[in-house]
Design a protein around this ligand. Structure first.
Ligand code: P6P
Length: 339
């Protein structure tokens, strides 16, 4: 390994010293989350040897069967972040209610939200999964903390990121000054900078969507995909490739690395639900990262980061990635609305 590699700690200290954009408590938060992701990576990597595969025999607030590793990952993040004094509370896909920092610990100004292990359906078949996190600040205007403190639009995030547990274990982070990537060196046990100033190409020939839902989509979504499938014989005049890993972290990571457009749109299977993905701890952090890398992220009608949440676990349609493709899909939705 090159001796020139910058560690996560060095990067954060230098960012703080040179740009002042990472206050000490936020630096501590990021270091603690990164350490928790290392522990989750070890548990994930053990697989059957660690007896951590399979179902936990319980359901989460989404009504989804919880995997053992979902529970383990959630507990790792809670225990790692409880005592540091940087948080007021946490929220997780795996917990119905927020987790307020116990009185025995000092309270901080930050709110941490996470999907502790996204892509659970892939755990038992050894396909990449990940941890997604989002950081908000608690309003200083009042004492105490409640769910209402979390209900801020995504543009209020002060940091966001994910850790993808794949061929490499890579932590991807933004604090609002671009996107950086760190890969875990298991021999040294540390995170080292591998990419900075990540940029999503504005154009792409690769789309990510679960095609099995096609008959349930709204017309603008069908129009966009039909045109991609028509390739050089259709209005796009170019052929497209398709990817669908069914782990948002893995699909978004590919898009940050080489472009593409990821879509999980509204569909008629459950028409009362705006989409499958969760706004607060999936769509918002990913939209922040994608925009910081020059991409775009909408729900088909508006910028995801401008959506005012009303419930902690609310869902949203997601169209994100290469700017020109997101603008096209969103434009088709606008045309349909005008008709
Ligand atoms: P489907 C994983 O369960 C997840 O929340 C995202 O990570 C992923 O993009 C999506 O759901 C996959 O959904 O319906 O294709 O299984």
């Amino acid at each position: 390994m090159s001796s020139k590699r910058v560690s996560l700690s060095q990067y954060l200290v230098e960012q703080q010293r040179e740009h002042g954009n990472i206050p000490a408590q936020l630096r501590l938060l990021i270091e603690v989350v990164a350490r928790a992701c290392k522990r989750i990576a070890i548990a994930v990597n053990k697989g059957a040897l660690g007896e951590v595969l399979g179902s936990a025999g319980s359901e989460n607030v989404q009504g989804e069967v919880q995997k053992k590793l979902d529970i383990i990952s959630n507990e790792v993040l809670i225990e790692a972040n409880e005592w540091g004094g940087h948080l007021a509370a946490m929220a997780s896909e795996e917990m119905d209610e927020i987790h307020v920092i116990p009185n025995r610990y000092p309270q901080g100004e930050f709110l941490l939200l996470f999907d502790p292990l996204d892509g659970s359906s892939n755990i038992d078949v050894n396909v990449s999964i990940g941890t997604i996190f989002s950081v908000l600040k608690k309003s200083p205007e009042h004492e105490g903390v409640s769910e209402a403190d979390f209900l801020q639009p995504g543009r209020a995030q002060v940091a966001a990121g994910y850790c993808v547990y794949g061929p490499q274990t890579t932590l991807v982070l933004t604090v609002g000054a671009g996107v950086v990537m760190f890969t875990l060196d298991r021999e040294l046990g540390g995170w080292f900078l591998v990419e900075q100033n990540v940029q999503v190409p504005a154009d792409t020939k690769e789309f990510a969507i679960n095609m099995s839902n096609m008959r349930h989509w709204a017309p603008p979504m069908k129009r966009y995909i039909d045109e991609c499938l028509a390739g050089t014989t259709g209005p796009r005049g170019k052929d497209f490739n398709m990817r669908w890993i069914a782990s948002m972290v893995a699909d978004v990571h590919r898009i940050l690395c080489r472009g593409g457009v990821f879509m999980y749109p509204w569909d008629a299977r459950e028409p009362s639900k705006p989409g499958k993905l969760r706004l607060m701890y999936e769509a918002n952090p990913m939209a922040f990262l994608i925009e910081q890398a020059g991409g775009a992220a909408t729900n088909g009608q508006q910028r995801i980061l401008d959506i005012q949440p009303t419930k902690l676990h609310e869902r949203v349609s997601v169209i994100l990635g290469s700017k020109h493709e997101v603008e096209r899909v969103t434009g088709y939705h606008a045309e349909a609305s005008q008709q």
